[in-house]
Design a binder for this molecule. Structure first.
Ligand code: 9WN
Length: 489
């Protein structure tokens, strides 16, 4: 029996005792399918996004996975979040990947040796390429969780040195809200100072532009890795294709290269990451030395939503909610003033190095809808964009990742057209926050239609709805559970 299967038996979640009563047979089957994927992707300590493509723990995936586990295995959701935050760095950053020392370097690139620049721990003697091979030795990324009170020894797991959008407060709150109680309150209490430190890091160390918005130092930090939102800023990064001679891409060995970033983009991703790594992952004076610095409307909207949610969490754990509310208000105001374009009615990424906003209409530009205090005129602009032919959900399809009418809209390549579940889940939340219940319900039905017909894929073709990328994808399964549980009454 596999390790995952053993654990499933131990936690007994496969039979879905929490199957919502109102579900019909077809929905019950969709529910069980989703719960089974979360079981299969559970390693015993954390959930992987996908067994085939992403065999480690990813930061923002863990937030969305928590939202789903809240319905079927809340104790596992807490363990998952703990496992991620045990790898938090002393400066508060939560790494975008926490590596599983039981997985070899060959199974994912860029792995620990890339991020640490040290001797990899791969045990595969055949792995002789630049991705590294060598004696088994745990490499700890700078920080590696060591030094955090109560976690002096660190997680012992190496990590990357960049971050992803902070959706963990939302995930934790959903787990608590769905299954409250003393034990859940205790888990929230453990997480709260860590979530605050995560926000503190983004607010202080990443305010490179000086206007109160956090800058991302790599497209991967946005979570929308290959979005056209980064094209202009990325084009200014010197292209050094030689970097691809030193390393071997793993992604295009697993899925079709037509669906993944081009080699030129990938070479730039690697050189940006190497620049940050070789600067010791320090954030001081980034403006003077780092080749990619962008204020992403999605990332900052989620940072604001984290503050809104931390205010709720603070009330449960006996902390003061007021500073969180104030910070959420500040972030909302800065986003509204700096990244909104009245001409397009949506938000756009801003290149801190040039001061220019990207003209591309990308789905991260719709995400500020999750902010409750967004000015009414901006809410109206976003709702209009969601309903327009550019992003419209009239055809029964959820919102695509990029403007359908753009000349370079690509229905297959990731983040440049396909539909993503997590983003649409957030948009539904935003629509509900602003009282657009009917549109929110249309979106919920369209998302469920996709998984019923195509399965729990990583992303979907925005025309045909066919599944693309990795099958049995954790956040798609997790958020399916949440959408099924959240039937309008
Ligand atoms: C790089 C794991 C992650 C998601 C990202 C998604 C993709 C990784 C990759 O997969 O990124 O972090 O190798 O392409 O873009 O949002 O968290 O699911």
């Amino acid at each position: 029996m596999s390790h995952a299967a053993k654990h499933v038996r131990a936690t007994g979640s496969t039979e879905s005792p929490d199957l919502p009563r109102q579900l019909g047979d077809a929905d019950a089957q969709t529910w069980r399918g989703a719960a089974a994927i979360l079981d299969a992707n559970w390693t015993g300590t954390h959930t992987v996004p996908s067994r085939t493509l992403y065999p480690h723990q990813w930061s923002w995936d863990a937030g969305f996975i928590g939202v789903g586990l809240a319905h079927v295995a809340p104790e596992r959701a807490w363990q998952d979040l703990r496992s991620l935050f045990e790898a938090q760095w002393p400066d508060g950053r939560v790494p975008h990947i926490v590596f599983d020392p039981g997985v070899t370097e060959r199974d994912y690139f860029p792995g620990p040796s890339f991020w640490t620049g040290g001797t990899p721990y791969a045990t595969d003697p055949a792995a002789q390429d630049g991705n590294g091979a060598g004696p088994r030795r745990a490499v700890r990324a700078p920080g590696g969780g060591a030094g955090w009170p109560g976690n002096e020894a660190g997680s012992g797991r190496p990590s990357s040195g960049i971050v992803q959008p902070p959706v963990h407060a939302v995930g934790a709150w959903e787990v608590y809200r769905r299954a409250p109680g003393d034990a859940a309150a205790e888990e929230l209490g453990w997480l709260y100072p860590r979530l605050v430190a995560q926000q503190e890091y983004l607010t202080t160390c990443r305010d490179v532009g000086g206007a109160g918005l956090a800058a991302i130092v790599h497209p991967w930090e946005s979570g929308l890795d290959n979005s056209p939102a980064w094209d202009e800023a990325l084009a200014a990064v010197p292209l050094a294709v030689e970097v691809l001679h030193r390393y071997t891409r793993r992604d295009i060995q697993v899925v079709s290269s037509d669906h993944r970033p081009t080699d030129d983009d990938y070479a730039r991703y690697l050189s940006i990451a190497l620049s940050y790594r070789d600067g010791g992952y320090r954030d001081a004076e980034l403006g003077a030395r780092h080749p990619f610095l962008v204020e992403c409307p999605g990332f900052n909207a989620l940072r604001g939503l984290a503050e809104v949610t931390l205010a709720r969490i603070a009330e449960v754990v006996g902390a003061d909610p007021a500073p969180h509310r104030a910070r959420a208000r500040d972030i909302t105001r800065q986003l509204a003033e700096r990244l909104f374009d009245p001409a397009t009615g949506m938000f756009h990424a801003l290149d801190v190095r040039t001061g220019r906003r990207s003209a591309a209409r990308c789905v991260n530009g719709l995400l500020p809808l999750v902010l409750p205090e967004l000015p009414v005129a901006q809410v109206a602009g976003l709702v209009a964009a969601i309903g327009s032919a550019r992003f419209g959900i009239d055809a029964g399809m959820p919102v695509p990742s990029y403007d359908r009418s753009a000349a370079d809209f690509d229905p297959l390549r990731y983040w440049r057209g396909p539909v993503w579940f997590n983003i649409n889940w957030l948009l539904r939340l935003g629509l509900r926050t602003h009282g657009r219940e009917q549109l929110a319900e249309t979106l919920r039905s369209a998302l469920l239609h996709l998984v019923r017909h195509s399965g729990y894929y990583e992303y979907f073709h925005p025309g045909t709805g066919a599944g693309i990328g990795s099958p049995a994808f954790s956040w798609t399964a997790a958020l399916t559970l949440d959408l099924l549980a959240d039937q309008p009454r």
